[in-house]
Write a protein that binds this ligand. Structure first.
Ligand code: IMP
Length: 180
């Protein structure tokens, strides 16, 4: 039975259960732990959406790992006409570090492409992306995520940190927008 949930003007139905999410997160933690064994690993979690994913991934990680929470902001520079992107919250050196970006969802890929470019300018040893959700049909980017929890159809989802106009982040399971 699909449960329904109304958020603002839209109706959503249950899509991926809490158990399925937590199993996928556990598998990602085990895989990352094996692949980064003995390396200086730094998670860079992208706010706001990735807070719940980052929290559960960290709880399943038994080796040493550091984490930074960042936001991507765009502003119009005083001298330039174009938009300038910056990462807020990255308050640690990346020299010699193996960085894994934690994202809730990779849709068009524009956000992670920006974050990767900004991180690379700080000379990390390596950068990879770990995302809970990936929409292959929507993806237009240059860096397909290496670590993926679920590949999902190109439909809007909420829950487990993801929002629809700031509502729905608290839901333990993932919900998908209901077709009319
Ligand atoms: P991208 O830059 O198009 O890959 O989009 C990434 C960001 O868009 C994510 O971090 C989310 O904040 C937001 N986003 C994309 N798809 C969804 C969705 O289905 N539900 C909620 N937020 C989404």
């Amino acid at each position: 039975m699909l449960n329904e949930r109304q958020l603002h003007d839209k109706t959503f139905h249950t899509f991926i259960s809490e158990d399925e999410i937590l199993n996928a997160v556990k598998k990602l933690a085990i895989q990352l732990e094996q692949e980064y064994e003995g390396k200086d690993l730094l998670f860079v979690a992208i706010l706001n959406g990735a807070f719940m994913f980052a929290s559960d991934l960290m709880k399943n990680f038994t080796s040493d790992v550091a984490i930074s929470f960042v936001k991507v902001s765009s502003y119009h520079g005083i001298q330039t006409t174009g938009r300038v992107d910056e990462l807020i919250g990255l308050n640690t050196s990346l020299l010699g570090k193996h960085v894994v970006i934690l994202e809730d969802i990779v849709d068009t890929g524009i956000t992670i492409d920006k974050v990767i470019a900004l991180l690379n300018s700080n000379y990390p040893e390596s950068v990879e992306v770990c995302t809970l959700l990936y929409k292959p049909e929507a993806y237009l980017g240059k860096h397909k995520p290496k670590y993926i929890g679920f590949e999902i159809p190109n439909k809007f989802v909420v829950g487990y940190g993801l929002d629809y106009n700031e509502l729905g982040r608290n839901l333990k399971e993932l919900y998908q927008l209901k077709e009319k």
